[in-house]
Design a protein around this ligand. Structure first.
Ligand code: FAD
Ligand code: FES
Length: 266
C-alpha cells in the first residue's frame, strides 16, 4: 500500500501527552518497520511527515508535537474524526539483523516517538533480543512523553529517564535531574553484541555518538534517525536532499558509518 494517494482513516484513540503533544491512534492496518514514517494530511490545511510510534498490524499511533498550522490542527482533532494518510515511507530499523544483541535506545524529547516503534516491536519479540536498555531525556517533567507506558517499560526493561531541570509538575515520574548524556556516560556495555539507536535534537545525537564511540561502539553499531524538511516523502521533490542522499527514501534511519560526513551538517 505505497500509493501516493492518501486514504481516510478514523481516529480510534486520542490522548494528550503533554501541553504541546498528543498521541493519535488511527485505524490504519499496514505492514511497516519501526522507524518508518507516514504523510498525514487534513484537506484544506496541509500535510506533514510523522513517524509511526507503534508496532501493530491493527493500528498506527502518531505522536504529534504542536509547532505550526498542520500539527495544531491535528492536535485539535478528537476520537471519531478522520485523517488522511499515505505511506509508510522511508527506511526503518532492520530489527531482524539485531537478533541476540543487547539494544541500547537513546531518545531526546520528541525523538523518543520514532524509538517507541522499536520498544513496541521488542515487546512483541522479546525473546529474540538480549538486554533492552532505555535512556530517555526530556527538558522537564512536564515534557515527559508516554507517561502511561513508563511503569510497564520500567518492569520489562532497564529504564533511565532524565530531565534537564526539575519543576513543580502534575506529572511526578521519578526522573534523574541531569542531561541524558550524563546518565549514558555512567553506563557500562561490556558485551560485544550490542547496537545503539539514537533519535533527538542534532546536538544531543552528536554528543551521544561521541560517548558511545568512547565506550567502544563501532560506527556500524550505531543507528540514527534524521529529521529534515520534507515535501513529497518519496524521492521526487528533492526537499530532503543532503550530500546526494534522499533522507525520505534512503532514511530517515541511517547506520552511522554510512553517514559520517552528514553528521557535519546536522
Ligand atoms: C521523517 C520525519 C518524521 C517526523 N516525525 C514527527 C513526529 O513523529 N511527530 C511530530 O510532531 N513531528 C514529526 N516530524 C516533524 C513534522 O513533520 C513537522 O513538525 C511538521 O511538518 C510541521 O508542520 P506545521 O504545519 O505544524 O508547522 P510549520 O508551520 O510548517 O512549521 C513550524 C516550525 O517547525 C519547523 N519544521 C517544520 N517541519 C520540520 C521538520 N521536518 N523538521 C524540523 N523542523 C520542522 C519549521 O521550520 C517551523 O519552525 C517529522 C518530520 C520528518 C521529516
Ligand atoms: S521529501 Fe521529496 S525528495 Fe525527499
Amino acid at each position: 500500500m505505497n500509493s501516493l494517494t492518501p486514504k481516510q482513516y478514523k481516529i480510534i484513540d486520542f490522548h494528550r501527552e503533554t501541553n504541546d503533544t498528543v498521541t493519535l491512534t488511527a485505524d490504519m492496518k499496514i505492514k511497516h518497520e519501526p522507524g518508518q514514517f507516514v504523510e498525514v494530511s487534513l484537506p484544506g490545511i496541509g500535510e506533514a511527515p510523522i513517524s509511526i510510534c507503534s508496532f501493530s498490524k491493527d493500528y498506527v499511533k502518531l505522536n504529534i508535537r504542536q509547532v505550526g498550522n498542520m500539527t495544531n490542527a491535528l492536535a485539535g482533532l478528537k476520537k471519531g474524526d478522520k485523517i488522511c494518510i499515505r505511506g509508510p515511507y522511508g527506511t526503518g530499523y532492520p530489527m531482524h539483523y539485531f537478533k541476540g544483541d543487547n539494544l541500547i535506545i537513546i531518545g531526546g524529547g520528541c525523538g523518543v516517538a520514532p524509538l517507541k516503534g522499536i520498544i513496541d516491536y521488542v515487546e512483541k519479540f522479546r525473546k529474540d533480543y538480549g538486554d533492552i536498555i532505555l535512556f530517555l531525556g526530556y527538558r522537564s517533567p512536564d515534557d515527559i512523553l508516554f507517561q502511561k507506558e513508563l511503569d510497564e517499560w520500567k518492569e520489562k526493561f532497564d529504564l533511565t529517564v532524565t530531565v534537564d531541570q526539575n519543576s513543580e509538575s502534575k506529572f511526578c515520574y521519578d526522573a534523574n535531574t541531569e542531561f541524558v548524556t550524563e546518565a549514558l556516560k555512567r553506563a557500562e556495555f561490556d558485551n560485544e553484541k550490542k547496537v545503539a539507536f539514537i533519535c533527538g535534537p542534532p546536538i544531543m545525537m552528536k554528543f551521544v555518538v561521541g560517548i558511545l564511540k568512547d565506550k567502544g561502539f563501532n560506527d556500524d553499531q550505531i543507528y540514527l534517525s534524521f529529521e529534515r524538511h520534507m515535501k513529497c516523502g518519496v524521492q521526487k521533490c528533492g526537499h530532503c536532499m543532503i550530500n546526494g542522499i534522499y533522507v525520505c527514501k534512503d532514511g530517515p534511519v541511517f547506520r552511522y558509518d554510512q553517514v559520517t560526513e552528514l553528521s557535519e551538517k546536522w
